[in-house]
Design a protein around this ligand. Sequence first.
Ligand code: BMP
Length: 369
Amino acid sequence: MPTRHPTLLETFSSRAQTATHPLTAYLLRLMDLKASNLCLSADVSTARELLQLADKVGPSIVVLKTHHDVVSGWDFHPHTGTGARLAQLARKHGFLIFEDRKFGDIGHTVQMQYVGGSARIIDWAHIVNVNMVPGKAAVTALAEAEAKWRERYQYEVKTSVTVGTPRSDTFDEQPEESGWWNTDEEGQNREGVGRKGSIVSVTTLTQHYESATSPRFPRDETKGEDCLYAGIDEPPIERGLLILAQMSSAGNFMNREYTQACVEAAREHRRFVMGFVSQESLNSEPDDHFIHMTPGCQLPPEGEEENGTVAGDGLGQRYNTPQKLIGLCGTDIVIVGRGILKAGDPQSEAERYRTTAWKAYLSRVTKNT
Ligand code: BMP
């Protein structure tokens, strides 16, 4: 049982007022609006299933967790692909996308994995997580990558072509560095875009950034649909990180000292780290306003004692009920995969999880009154 930090007894709407991270504040407001503290772990094997599932279960959840690398047929197109279509469903139903990528490499590599490659995770996932085994530098590196991405994506690239004679002072002699932050979707170098022209013969090609109406979501341009969930505006542009501080699997190596190092790293990056993937609340200092998401959650089958025990999956996964995780351990959002996915009717099973998890939260905070 964690120490009784004030956040354990505070309502989500009240915590939204004090959250340090803008995306956490938004998520807490969304939770309050939808009366949901449920995350679906959408571990299905095809992109088609994933999109259908997100559309069906979307109304019950506040976060959709993906492992994009287990999905076959994932379309990487930045505007019409799977990430963009998920983003569209996220706007329609009001949920955030959490890519459970568990970055776990040196800083330079995690930056490339986050922002670049075919998946361009940062473009469609509001939230990602990090496995801090390589050390705190991975968190710093991801924070830096996000800040650079945000700076750049506040603007859209507009290209104009003019014919004329360029003056020598319009050209910068400095050699340019290439990296993930200055390549576009096709991998073309974009460094210098917005500040200088280049010539092909006497034609001047000028590219400049213009403020984008909404850079937050790549839209599905093929559908023309663009509805936004009622009652709340667009999420902020800021991306968020969760630190994997404790695991649900039996025999994992994340001991107390390791978890504490995760908490310290989070405190050093309060503008980027939203909180933790953990098995309990890790808020302990007065300034800790972190959010906690917890996997390894299942309910006993319908009709059985709601607080009964649930067996593991035989592959190391251990399960606890929403009542235990939210009521006793103080977590905020339960992450449920197979408990919902394997049900005959995932949509109504998600509703069963939503109502149970919400009830556990309500009974926790009403102990305050
Ligand atoms: P399920 O509810 O089907 O056991 O799925 C749990 C999900 O949460 C999986 O996607 C898994 O990768 C993830 N997960 C976990 O189970 N335990 C952890 O400690 C961290 C995770 O990300």
